[in-house]
Design a protein around this ligand. Structure first.
Ligand SMILES: [Zn+2]
Length: 355
């Protein structure tokens, strides 16, 4: 009996010694979210479910002193406003991540530390208003990443939807994006004109890993099983306990054929009708979902004579677009595919026909 107890004790000690430690900071120097209390419980539960993590929640910024931070493996922010961090704390925080630890942020973790640009660079962007508070659809762009692996290719959620500035796909790997068909792009406060509203991303920072999700305004979000699974998987990934790439996705789109849907001919389209564009690298989104059933993967655009047109389905090797209704019959149009809002295909000239 005594021996069993001591074996159990040693096991417990070994487990707790092996647990990766997460420092969860919810200090609100600006707007204080009502969901903070719930979020603390949810973070602790996510850590417990993982069996490999423990979470210490704090509002005490002295926990960010470099020598105290050193006791943790992951730092996670749900903060707001200008946190009064000393220069040593700022340098220590960046060094913590660069040296190979994890940094995560939820929701207003981008609505904080505006006067410290290195922070904006670390997390990947700054809050630039929330044009929508409503139910929207969110597209999963990277179903391979542990943070998004359990999610449907597209899911609906009621949230306060953020917009970002100083955000670029050239620096981060986007995991989730707003399906802009489910929000009014002419709503008050919308300032991005590229239609790119990323809502979760990861990035490399030195030898460390960074994760951010814009979700988390409402208690209901934190209590949502899909969000909780995302947190658990994300914390494991940030702690180096789960594999997942944070490399920026790149693709160089090449147009092969452009055909009217259901027609074999190449180089001919019908105004206002669906068009199939085949080729390579047509989206920088993951291929995992697209292989089974093509989904719209964000960050891809089709330009018709320089103007973006409707897009129905996107996969790396084929996409279905809408030829604008205003194209003139018997006149050629120029088609360009843009991937990741950066890489452009060579233009392709097509002839516009009527049925
Ligand atoms: Zn909010």
């Amino acid at each position: 009996m005594g021996r069993l107890v001591s074996v159990g004790l040693i096991l417990a000690l070994t487990l707790s010694a092996a647990a990766k430690r997460v420092l969860y900071v919810t200090h609100s120097a600006g707007f204080r979210h009502g969901s903070i209390e719930v979020s603390r419980r949810v973070m602790a539960q996510a850590a417990e479910r993982s069996g490999k993590l423990e979470v210490v929640s704090t509002e005490d910024l002295s926990m960010l002193e470099p020598e105290r931070l050193r006791e943790f493996d992951v730092l996670f922010f749900f903060t707001s406003g200008e946190l009064a961090l000393t220069q040593a704390q700022r340098e220590g925080l960046l060094e913590f991540v660069r040296a190979g630890k994890g940094f995560g942020g939820a929701h207003s973790a981008t609505d904080t530390l505006y006067t410290w640009p290195e922070y904006g660079e670390l997390i990947g962007g700054y809050f630039d208003g929330h044009p929508w508070t409503q139910e929207v659809s969110i597209d999963v762009e990277d179903p391979d990443h542990p943070a998004a692996r359990h999610l449907a290719p597209s899911f609906r959620i009621l949230e306060e939807i953020y917009q970002f500035r100083e955000f670029s796909r050239e620096r981060v790997r986007v995991l989730m994006t707003l399906d802009t068909r489910t929000a009014d792009l002419k709503a008050q406060g919308v300032s991005r004109n590229d239609g790119d509203f990323a809502l979760a991303w990861v990035r490399e920072f030195g030898r460390g890993r960074v994760f951010y999700t814009a979700l988390g305004h409402f208690d209901e979000t934190w209590l949502d099983a899909r969000f909780q699974k995302m947190l658990e998987q994300t914390l494991l990934w940030l702690a180096g306990e789960a594999e997942g790439s944070a490399a920026v996705r790149k693709s160089a789109p090449v147009i092969g054929q452009v055909s009217a849907l259901g027609q074999a001919g190449d180089g001919m389209v019908m105004a206002g009708r669906y068009v199939v564009i085949s080729g390579d690298g047509l989206t920088s989104g993951s291929t995992a979902v697209a292989a089974g059933s093509p989904v719209k993967l964000a960050g891809t655009q089709v330009l018709w004579n320089g103007e973006p047109g409707g897009l129905v389905l996107v996969s790396p090797r084929a996409l279905v677009a809408e030829a604008p209704a205003g194209l003139d019959e018997n006149i050629t149009a120029e088609v360009i595919v843009v991937s990741g809002n950066v890489e452009r295909s060579a233009p392709r000239t097509v002839l516009v026909r009527r049925e």
